[in-house]
Design a protein around this ligand. Sequence first.
Ligand SMILES: *Cc1c(COP(=O)(O)O)cnc(C)c1O
Length: 419
Amino acid sequence: MFPFPLGKDALEAVAAQYGTPFYLYDEKAIRANMRRFTQAFSRFPAFREHFAVKACPNPYMLKLLADEGCGTDCSSLPELVLSERAGIRGELVMFTSNETPAAEYRYAAKLGAIINLDDISHIGFVEQALGAVPELVCFRYNPGPLKTGNAFIGKPEEAKYGLTREQIFAAYADARKRGAKRFGLHTMVASNELHEEYFVETAAMLFELSAELKRALGIRIEFVDLGGGIGIPYRPGDQPVDYERVSLGIRAAYDRTVVPAGLDPLAILWECGRPITGPYGWLVTRAIHEKHIYRDYIGVDASMADLMRPGMYGAYHEVTVAGKESAPKTKVYDVVGSLCENCDKFAVQRALPEIAPGDLLVIHDAGAHGRAMGFNYNAKLRCGELLLREDGSVREIRRRETLDDYFATLDFSGLDSFR
Ligand SMILES: *Cc1c(COP(=O)(O)O)cnc(C)c1O
């Protein structure tokens, strides 16, 4: 249910070499998952996953995924640079940004990325920034009240993203008038969604809109980008999304709408992050204190600065104890980090085996939106990242932060003359 690739002794050996806490990613499992995903969508004439860099912004991860056929989905200049450094350029890069500075559009264009515009006014903005509208443009559609968003992303009509339905038609006409020749269509209306039908409905909505755009404007959409939003089973009992069922459902909608509209072949793109690396990355931390007051606490050497989802959203992450995976859960603990914030808790009132200082705790499903969301509050230095290679070796793909990293933006020498 909550797999982890290393036994206690092997994990202790890694901890002895690199120190705790650290993130560990499982290359073999990530590749196998990516192959299942790609296989499921091989029933379409063209398919590509653009890994959402924000989920795990490490160039080794990007390169590994590129080897499995993935591109990237970027939304900032540093994400574009990461993609470029990992060797991923051209139309393998989707630039789905919002509130974008002109310089970032210029960098994306220089990389040959697909530029996905978030507003009708950005056609003129990008034309001015680049000197011309790109030949290939994509627009992000916000269906508003026509589609109910899921619990995590909220109502589309309250979301800041994308163009309205009326604007979409005007935007493609305008972009074509200004020189665009190739077109894509994007939406993203869910986050961490586990219901397969949701993605089928979203795809059907984009297929119908593509057909309408063809009828109304004679514009041929060449790809639909379904965004991210595929959830993962964080809680015991959650069912993972079945890629095959999603793909079959989308294929039925494709045959119903895309083929009769004369839009076949239409490429299917995703920008998933969470399901690609999420279940195959763990935060490993050591218990360093136990405390018994009104509740029983286990204090660990990681904090919310390393993984903020539980503290920020009350998100559930499974916690297991190395060597005690099948021990009876006889205790109830709050597992807490060291921030001076009471929300710094990895688990609240959680039934767990008896834990002693020195035990290694594994926090599951941390491979996406994990370290990436970390921060330096309380002057916490963020932990590093390790990749468990397919041959069983471990490679450090990001070292832990040092004091010098934290102080890099400060000039202490100015203090002497500062009065
Ligand atoms: C966050 C995001 C994604 C990835 O979402 P996941 O839930 O990690 O799959 C994709 N596209 C856009 C535009 C996003 O903002």
